[in-house]
Design a protein around this ligand. Structure first.
Ligand code: SAM
Length: 309
């Protein structure tokens, strides 16, 4: 690990003032002021030197510097062009031995390379939800302080699109962390928990208070760690399984047999598929795990006369 000075509260405020940045709620811009929190995130992500890590929303660079300090090569996806353009200057000032790779065209990502020719930081100026391919080697980890309003879609989209991701450590709103890590049968188990479970096991690892951010958000945050695993064995596609999950939770208090009637084409077809999957049709979605949702989707897909869209 090289010694890199992380951003502190004074520097973050100065950087923002100099660049005329006024953090917006709309883009979930709450910047981490505290090096201890940054290092905790990096530690809990098990980042090793040479790991290719994707960070969504580098902002002013607090976590980016922590990842670089741990020896990761970072590809950072930032939607805000003002922040994305400021980042190379900040990183060059904090990490010795890097230089800017001259871009050939305007569309090229900004790259900072070390003396050994390793691309240590690649900056992609895009909405993360629109990113379908990333430059450079495939990332093994997603490590991010996610913008609150899009945290679940960003997480699920990245797990879907980048199957090289073996582990994920994200900071999200505390309630969202609870939902993501909730097991079946718990009060907070729902669509995000079931869909995340398709890709990975999830564990809420720490609570983070409001004072480590500027500006301070009006909610607490938490860290969630995901470890990729094989999806449940099913003859139905992921999209078919997720359609069952969406229908099962569309009206939370409904029993599965009525919640899935529309999707199945009739209440009878729903009951047949749920029973074929070994589930009680009177159960509610909140007690069904992702493997059982996959079996229901497979049973639905196998029903005679069913048109697969
Ligand atoms: N990583 C920095 C930190 O820890 O201080 C900033 C985290 S801040 C909570 C979220 C960041 O995500 C902001 O920089 C914001 O501009 C960026 N962002 C918001 N929506 C985004 C999107 N759809 N795609 C990529 N970045 C996004």
């Amino acid at each position: 690990m090289s010694s890199i000075e992380l951003l502190n509260a004074t520097e973050i405020r100065e950087l923002a003032a100099r660049a005329g940045i006024r953090p917006t709620k709309q883009l979930g811009q709450n910047f981490v002021l505290d090096g201890g929190t940054v290092r905790k995130i990096v530690r809990q992500a098990d980042v090793l030197p040479g790991d290719r890590v994707v960070e969504v929303g580098p902002g002013l660079g607090s976590l980016t510097l922590g990842l670089l300090e741990a020896g990761a090569d970072v590809v950072a996806v930032e939607i805000d062009p003002v922040l994305g353009r400021l980042l190379p200057t900040t990183v060059l000032a904090h990490v010795p031995g890097l230089s800017l790779v001259p871009a050939v065209s305007d569309d090229d990502p900004v790259v900072l390379r070390d003396a050994d020719g390793r691309d240590r930081l690649t900056i992609v100026l895009r909405d993360a939800l629109e990113v379908r391919a990333l430059p450079g080697p495939p990332p093994v980890a997603l490590v991010a302080n996610l913008p609150y309003n899009v945290s679940v879609p960003v997480l699920l989209t990245f797990l879907e699109r980048f199957d090289s991701l073996e582990r994920v450590l994200v900071m999200v709103q505390a309630e969202v962390a609870d939902r993501l890590a909730a097991p079946p049968g718990s009060r907070t188990y729902g669509v995000p928990s079931a869909k995340a479970a398709w890709y990975a096991s999830a564990r809420r690892t720490a609570t983070v208070g409001r004072t480590v951010f500027w500006p301070a958000p009006n909610v607490d945050s938490a860290l969630v760690r995901f470890d990729r695993r094989e999806p449940p064995v099913a003859t139905a596609s992921r999209a078919e399984v997720f359609a069952v999950v969406d229908s099962a939770f569309a009206q939370r208090r409904k029993m599965l047999r009525s919640a899935l009637a529309g999707l199945a084409g009739s209440p009878e077809a729903a009951v047949a598929a749920i029973e074929a999957a070994g589930i009680d049709p009177q159960a509610r979605g909140e007690v069904v795990d992702i493997a059982a949702f996959a079996r229901i989707a497979a049973a639905l897909a196998a029903q005679p006369g069913r048109v697969v869209s």
